[in-house]
Design a protein around this ligand. Sequence first.
Ligand SMILES: CSC[C@H]1O[C@H](OP(=O)(O)O)[C@H](O)[C@@H]1O
Ligand SMILES: Nc1ncnc2[nH]cnc12
Length: 286
Amino acid sequence: MPKIGIIGGSGIYKIEGMKALKEVRVKTPFGDPSDCYRTGQLAGVDVVFLPRHGSSHTINPSQINYRANVFGMKKLGVEKLISVSACGSLKKEHKPLDFVLPDQFVDRTTGGRCMTFFSDGIVAHVGFGQPVCPELLDLIWGAAQALNLSVHKGGTYLNMEGPAFSTKAESHLYRSWGMDIIGMTNMAEARLAREAEMCYATIAAVTDYDCWYESEESVTVEMIVANLRKNAENSKKLVGEVVRRLGSAPSSCACSESLKYAIVTDKKAISAKIKKDLKPIIGKYI
Ligand SMILES: CSC[C@H]1O[C@H](OP(=O)(O)O)[C@H](O)[C@@H]1O
Ligand SMILES: Nc1ncnc2[nH]cnc12
C-alpha cells in the first residue's frame, strides 16, 4: 500500500477524521520542516499530514523550507504526495469554490527559493516536462467526479513570489500567457517531489478571481478564508475519497524512477557526507 502524504496550505492545518494520530518531529539535512508531521489513518489508509505554513500559519510562502518539508515526507516513507492549496483564478470559467487540478506550473518566484536537493557537491537533472503525476491526477479527477464536485482537470498554475498579491498589470499579463490559476507555493514542492521520486499532484481550491476581473472584488485574505470555509466540507470529502481510492490503486507511472538517469556526478566524487545526508533519496543508486 503506498504511503500517502498530504501537504495542507492556507486554511488547512489538520485533516479531520484521521485515526491513530501521532505527532512526529523529523530531522533533515536541510533544516526544520514547517511543523511536526501528523501520521495516522484516513479511510483505513496510512497518511502523513504537514501544514506547509505551520499549524498557526506563521511561515510565509517565501520562507517555507520546501526542501525540509519534502525530505521529511520521504524519510517517513511517503510515495504519493498531494498538495491541497488555495488559489486565485485567472480564467472566468474557474469560479470561486471550484477545484482545479493543474497539470503544469510556471515559476515566477523571484526570491531564490531553493528547489533542489542536488545543490552542493552532487548534480542531478530530473525530467520535469510533465510535473504532475498523470496517474495521481486521473485518480483525483475520478474521485472529484464521483462526488459531483465542480472540478477542472488540467491547467497551468502560475507560482508568484508573494506575499503581496499581484498588480492588475501582472494579473493581465499572466492571463495573456494563458495561465489558469495563481498561487505562491506549489512549484518548489512539485520539483522536489520529482527529485525525491514521489508522485505529486495538486488539489487547488479556487478562492477568488485575483484582481483582473472588473466586475468582481479584488482578492483579499478575508475573501480567501471565507471561501475556504465554504468549501471545507467538499475539500474534506475529496481528500477522503482520494485516499480511499489510492489505498487500492495499482501504480505504473515512472515517478518512482525519476532519478534513474538523472545524477550526472561521478559516483567516486560524491562525498560520504552527501551519501549519508541524501540516503533516503539516492541510496538505491549510489
Ligand atoms: C492566505 S492567502 C495566500 C496564500 O494562500 C495560498 O497558500 P497555499 O498555496 O499554501 O494554500 C497562496 O499560495 C498563498 O501562500
Ligand atoms: N489571487 C491569489 N494570488 C496568489 N495566491 C493566492 N492564493 C489564493 N488566491 C491567490
